[in-house]
Design a protein around this ligand. Sequence first.
Ligand code: NAD
Length: 344
Amino acid sequence: NNDQQTLLITGGAGFIGSNFIDFFTEKYPKTQVLNIDKLTYAGNLDNLREIEPRKNYHFIQGDIGDEDTVTSIFEEYDISGVINFAAESHVDRSIEDSHAFVESNVLGTLTLLNAAKKDWEEKGELATRRFHQISTDEVYGSLGKEGSFSESTPYNPRNPYSASKASANFFVKSFGHTYGMNVVISSSSNNYGPRQHKEKLIPTIIHHALDGKQIPIYGDGENIRDWLYVMDHCRALDAVYHQGGPLETYNIGGGNERTNKEIASQICSILDEFVPDYRQSSAIMSYKELITFTEDRKGHDRRYSVDDRKIRQELGWEPVVDFASGLWKTVEWYVNEWKKVQTF
Ligand code: NAD
């Protein structure tokens, strides 16, 4: 019975994890959700402020790479499934120093896999309880103008972040093949929505515009990403966790391929309408005048695009938030957060 279960979520104080916990604790009020998060610079308990009072939600501060912590969680609670969001997630940081990426993304995932395997093996539940790994389309590499990544596209990670995520996926799959563990992987495209760390592209564009600072866009701004609204991703994860086949991978896309330049420009148009104050009190006609092109990211992947027909056909999922309204909602959220910290 799904209703009586305890789901272990890792990295739930971050962007996607916190949105997922919000979605999941509401949808499944009888399932206990346990969130383990190390609270790195990227983890923020403010993301869980409204969720904290829910009776089916519990938080534990801890590192998924710490064997004692992870083992004791499996001893103390009867964990019926794991969804592993916890990761170092910023490509630029991985280019500066990739150690933390190996520790959290690779070794952390391995530590979690081992603890789950031990506990579920003892209970005779290895083939039934689920380990769901959250992955990214970046593991497949970079595309030219045409084509898209399918689940059978060979991994070809090209930066340390995606190398660590691909490596974690190999371990997850190996636990399925070697030990018969019930693992599943979902690889999504770029998420956007509320609660994302301000170092990422969309929050950076909004914050810089509101602060009247130049909006930095890498290279020629022509790099293409596919954008997925975070709540559409959460609905997809619900489908994969509950209905996805063992050892399967599911790609999750938003169907919104945009260049970084287009993203910046569309956000500026929304801000021009939504927050005209700054624009009017300064010499500029549009926030777009703040867009500036900077030295390109090293090894910058040109284009990502996922073929997500499998999840659409097999699990009946499709994104429901169209890009224009998703982006509007997103901008609105960051503007409101920004206003809260202004001292006029
Ligand atoms: P995020 O950086 O906002 O959040 C990551 C969270 O994990 C933080 O709360 C952090 O404190 C926690 N964490 C990091 N290392 C930890 C450790 N060792 N132990 C416990 N907690 C730890 O990241 P996000 O954007 O929410 O991404 C979540 C997952 O989704 C990641 O696995 C990422 O690779 C994947 N993903 C993200 C995107 C995207 O567009 N953001 C797209 C595809 C896949």
